[in-house]
Design a protein around this ligand. Structure first.
Ligand code: PMM
Length: 288
């Protein structure tokens, strides 16, 4: 499995450029869009708009993972997510479910989701990896150390790039050992999860180290706090989350140019443009 970077995940679109995954949070408390799409119709409407703006995939999540967030119950998560997944699948979208729970992953896949996006990379729910193996769907496996309530207490690394790569490699081995087909797996360094702002930038500057793990890499920087720090006012006030989209499209272009397989973003239009620019920039890629 470890060797040349793979460019594709089996069973997902292959447009010849970095994919764009649109974020659809059906939560009251996500950091940038919490409460915006809690109502089912508003959520479905937004999912369709994301496709219209150029999303290749739409990622539906019912649990906020912002630092300090409390978890919803399983019943509540299912109630938020399932009707939205089903309605978007019905409309022909490629839907991913953002969940750490095997039961939610299973129900969403039964409703038509084609990707399980597990920010815990199989570590939060002992049933997750076997469930994904059985469902035989695509799996986004993220670097993760702890639930959101405590994750910012877990930012000790000897070398953040090497340690994230090693921990991801172990998570990847566990997934494959549980029967998940390696061609179905993408990896994700988990920007903002158990990482300081500086550590996020270090990881982003070394995506080559993650590519050495041999799987496509998803990069999710959208509107995250480290961008708010970068763009802070002189008095130290962070740039507000919804004012971080221009910076996000810059990270999307840079990630795509560095070989990322997919970027996960809230403002799809600007990042869809950015990944097209990155593709066209490559020598000899006139069709990008
Ligand atoms: N970040 C958030 C949620 N889901 N999924 C993946 N694969 N990678 C991430 O970095 C990630 C994620 C953070 O919350 P948001 O939905 O408000 O962006």
């Amino acid at each position: 499995m470890h060797g040349q970077p793979e460019r594709y995940v089996e069973g997902l679109p292959r447009p010849g450029r970095c994919l764009v995954m649109g974020v659809l949070n059906v939560t009251p408390d996500s950091f940038s869009d919490g409460g915006d799409y809690l109502d089912r119709d508003a959520a479905v409407h937004h999912g369709l708009a994301l496709r219209g703006h150029g999303a290749d995939l739409v990622d539906v999540g019912g649990e906020s993972t912002r630092p300090g967030a409390e978890r919803p119950s399983e019943v509540e998560e299912l109630r938020r997510v399932l009707p939205v997944v089903a309605a978007l699948v019905e409309e022909g979208l490629v839907v991913s479910v953002d969940t750490m729970r095997a039961s939610v992953a299973r129900a969403a896949v039964e409703a038509g989701a084609r990707i399980v996006n597990d920010v815990s990379g199989g570590l939060a729910d002992p049933a997750m990896l076997a469930t994904v193996a059985e469902l035989d769907v695509a799996y986004v496996l993220m670097h993760w150390r702890a639930h959101s309530v405590t994750m910012q207490q877990h930012t000790d690394y000897d070398d953040v790039v090497e340690d994230v790569a090693d921990e991801l490699s172990r998570q990847l081995d566990a997934a494959v050992a549980a029967g998940v087909a390696s061609e179905r797996i993408a990896i994700d360094p988990g920007i903002g999860f158990s990482k300081t702002a500086d550590q996020n930038w270090e990881v982003l500057a070394r995506l080559d180290r993650l590519h050495a793990l041999g799987r496509p890499v998803l990069v999710a920087t959208s509107r995250k706090r480290f961008l708010g720090h970068l763009l802070a006012d002189e008095d130290g006030t962070l740039r507000a989350p919804k004012e971080r989209d221009a910076a996000t499209s810059a990270t999307s272009a840079l990630a795509a140019a560095a070989g990322a397989w997919c970027v996960r973003v809230h403002d799809v239009r600007s990042s869809a443009d950015a990944v097209r620019v990155a593709a066209r920039w490559r020598p000899g890629n006139a069709d990008g």
